[in-house]
Every structure is written in structure tokens, then in C-alpha cells.
Design a protein around this ligand. Structure first.
Ligand SMILES: *Cc1c(COP(=O)(O)O)cnc(C)c1O
Length: 382
């Protein structure tokens, strides 16, 4: 047998024995939040499509029209022939929404972070990053070859201490954080972080994957706080219901990114249908700020009913601790018609395996109440 197969089997055996093995389960999303898995119809509480826009009639119609007009694929990198006319429209809309001079759209949020950070920080630079920042921010930081130092989650004193001792040794320093933390649902203290960036002459970058469309009247976490953020990155794959990543920033920064970000230059442009869908979603959000606010309101109804701390975003973690117990809790909910995936290491720290609930504008209130009752009596009571 080839040694690579032995190697893979051995690694998989280790994952299984630690309850960390993962597999793909076919899931059909019939409409916004009802899914079918293994022959069962379940109400999903772990989809990031917070406004159900992936299934919105206007969004689907825009995607279909774009295919008819421009074809299925972009055909090349945006810098070659892949820059179809819809990109400029989407970038203008994103920049307007975020109040920046310009924007640049990438193939995905992951690709955006893997491209932006190395385009700005080199070997002599320093990246100071929240310990709970998303995996792709860490990937971008590592690709930069700069020094990477973590600060304790949302801990301004720790950040201050790091900058006090290290700022002098580098020409450029980038502070990196999620705006809304993807596994905990809490918000970064952007005003304090921005003050630190100013005080130590650093650049501040936020990843607002879970903020756009749902906090700050749909405009995201920077708008909500009013803080000055030099680099506002995000994704079109969550509340926007489509796919892709973006950076909103000043015009010179965006021009530099277009010239230097390798994940933009060496990867094919997004398909026209996806870009058209994102534009249509932004229309829906701009039209109805109350709709954009409703996922957080639904999450709050759940945290009140379960006596958990008030939700600050549509994401609510219920920390279980062990991996096996978390999988059992997820199965229990499935037996009652709900789907909430168990989140295990390495996605979260060892000992903090959890159920992660995400709330949508379209979840029926009565179902949220029933879910809260189950979580209170069967999961939190143990
Ligand atoms: C989902 C997510 C990403 C990745 O975005 P994709 O468009 O799915 O690649 C980046 N950052 C955070 C915080 C996320 O939650």
C-alpha cells in the first residue's frame, strides 16, 4: 500500500479517537431555513444567511439575468479579461455603504484576508491580532512573513502593553480583529482599538464577515461604533447570501491592493451571477433597515428566554465543553427538528466545544421559543 494512504489512515484514526473527525453531510436547503439532511426536515439554526437573501426572489432573478447577459463564468483574473461590468457597480455600492472612497471585491472572504495582509505588511512589519480572530486572518498574517503577536481577546490593556514594548521595532504595525466574532458573537471594542491605532501610529483592520447586513443598520460594526477603521474587510457569503469577499478603504490603499494582492491577481474573477446577486441583496438591505435589525432582535429573544447574556449579534454560543457532549447535544436538538452543528477544536479552543446558534430574520418566533425551552431544560440544566 502506498505510504501516503497509511499516513492518511493513521491521521484519520487519531481524529476519530478524539471525537474530532469531520464529514460532509448532504444538505438540501429548500427555502431559507428549512433544510433536509439524512431524509429529515429540520429548521436550521446554523446558517449564516441571516436575512434569507440567498433565496430572495429579486436576488435569484438578478443572478439569472446576469448569466443570460454575461455567461456563467468570468473567464480570467479580473486584471486580465475577467473584470465584467458588474464589479464596478458592486464596488461603488460597498464603498457607499461603508463610507469609504473605494472598495475591491475578491473571490471569497478567505481569499481577501490571504491577499490584503501580505500586500501591506512585509518581513519587517508587525501584526498584532486578537487571539479569537478568524482562521483566514491568521492565514493572511502568516503569509505576510511579518512578526505575528496575539493579544488577549478584546483586551485593550494587553494590546497597549504589546504596542508599548514592540511598536518602535517596526516601520508598520497592523492591528487585526473580527468586528463581530464568528464563534462567540461578541463585538470588538472598535472605539478603543481605533484610539490605540492612533496613539501608536498603527493601521486598524476589521473583518466584518458577520457584521455587514445585520449590525449598524446593515452597514456593519464600524458604522455602529463610529470608529475610524483603515481597512474594512468583509464577505458577501453571509448576510448578503451570495459569495465573495471585499475590502473597503481609501483610494490609494485600494489601488495598491489591486496591484499587490496575489489572491486577486492570480485567481479568477467572481462569476457575473454572484456579483449581480450581491448587488440585489444590498438593494434589499438599503431599502429596509428594520429587516436588517431583526436577526439580532431574534437572537436576543432567545438569550432572554434561556437566561444567557444578551446577544450582541445574530450569533449565540452555548458552550458545552467536551466534544462528545457537544455532539450529543446537537443530536438531541435534531431529534426535536432543529439543526445546530456542534463546533469543536480546532475551530474553537480545547475545552470550549459548543453549539453555535445563528438567528435569521425569517425564523418563526414560536420555533425560537420551542428551541429556547429545549436548550434551557435539556442542555443548560445538565
Ligand atoms: C466566514 C468568515 C470568513 C470567510 O469568508 P468566506 O467568504 O466564507 O471565505 C472570514 N472571516 C470571518 C470572520 C468569517 O466568519
Amino acid at each position: 500500500m502506498p505510504s501516503i494512504d497509511d499516513f492518511a489512515r493513521d491521521k484519520l484514526g487519531q481524529l476519530r479517537s478524539r471525537n474530532l473527525y469531520r464529514s460532509l453531510t448532504e444538505t438540501t436547503r429548500h427555502d431559507e431555513h428549512w433544510i433536509e439532511r439524512e431524509g429529515r426536515r429540520l429548521l436550521s439554526f446554523c446558517c449564516n444567511d441571516y436575512l434569507g437573501l440567498s433565496h430572495h426572489p429579486e436576488v435569484k432573478a438578478a443572478a439569472i439575468a446576469a448569466i443570460e447577459q454575461y455567461g456563467a463564468g468570468a473567464g480570467a483574473s479580473r486584471l486580465v479579461t475577467g473584470n465584467h461590468p458588474l464589479f464596478a457597480e458592486l464596488e461603488r455600492r460597498l464603498a457607499d455603504l461603508k463610507g469609504t472612497e473605494a472598495a475591491c471585491v475578491f473571490g471569497s472572504g478567505y481569499l481577501a484576508n490571504a491577499g490584503i495582509i501580505p500586500a501591506l505588511i512585509g518581513e519587517d512589519g508587525l501584526i498584532v491580532i486578537d487571539e479569537l480572530a478568524h482562521a483566514c486572518l491568521w492565514a493572511g498574517a502568516q503569509l505576510s512573513r511579518g512578526q505575528v503577536v496575539r493579544f488577549r481577546h478584546n483586551d485593550i490593556d494587553d494590546l497597549d502593553h504589546i504596542l508599548k514594548t514592540r511598536r518602535g521595532g517596526h516601520p508598520h504595525v497592523l492591528i487585526v480583529t473580527d468586528g463581530v466574532f464568528s464563534m462567540d458573537g461578541d463585538l470588538a471594542p472598535l472605539n478603543e482599538l481605533s484610539a490605540m491605532a492612533e496613539r501608536y501610529d498603527c493601521w486598524l483592520m476589521t473583518d466584518d464577515a458577520h457584521g455587514l447586513g445585520v449590525v449598524g443598520g446593515g452597514r456593519g460594526s464600524a458604522a455602529m461604533s463610529g470608529a475610524k477603521v483603515h481597512l474594512q474587510m468583509g464577505t458577501l457569503s453571509k448576510a448578503i447570501g451570495a459569495y465573495g469577499g471585499y475590502l473597503c478603504a481609501s483610494l490609494p490603499v485600494i489601488e495598491l491592493i489591486r496591484n499587490r494582492a496575489r489572491t486577486l491577481i492570480f485567481s479568477t474573477g467572481l462569476p457575473p451571477a454572484i456579483v449581480a446577486a450581491a448587488i440585489a441583496s444590498l438593494d434589499v438591505i438599503a431599502r429596509d433597515p428594520e429587516f436588517a435589525a431583526s436577526p439580532v432582535a431574534k437572537a436576543r429573544a432567545f438569550t432572554r428566554a434561556t437566561n444567557l447574556p444578551d446577544a450582541q449579534s445574530p450569533i449565540v454560543p452555548v458552550i458545552i465543553g467536551g466534544e462528545a457532549e457537544t455532539l450529543a447535544a446537537s443530536r438531541l436538538l435534531q431529534d426535536h427538528g432543529f439543526f445546530a452543528a456542534g463546533i469543536r477544536p480546532p475551530t474553537v479552543a480545547a475545552g470550549t466545544a459548543r453549539l453555535r446558534f445563528t438567528f435569521s430574520a425569517l425564523h418563526p418566533d414560536a420555533e425560537i421559543e420551542r428551541l429556547a425551552g429545549l436548550v434551557r431544560s435539556q442542555i443548560l440544566a445538565n
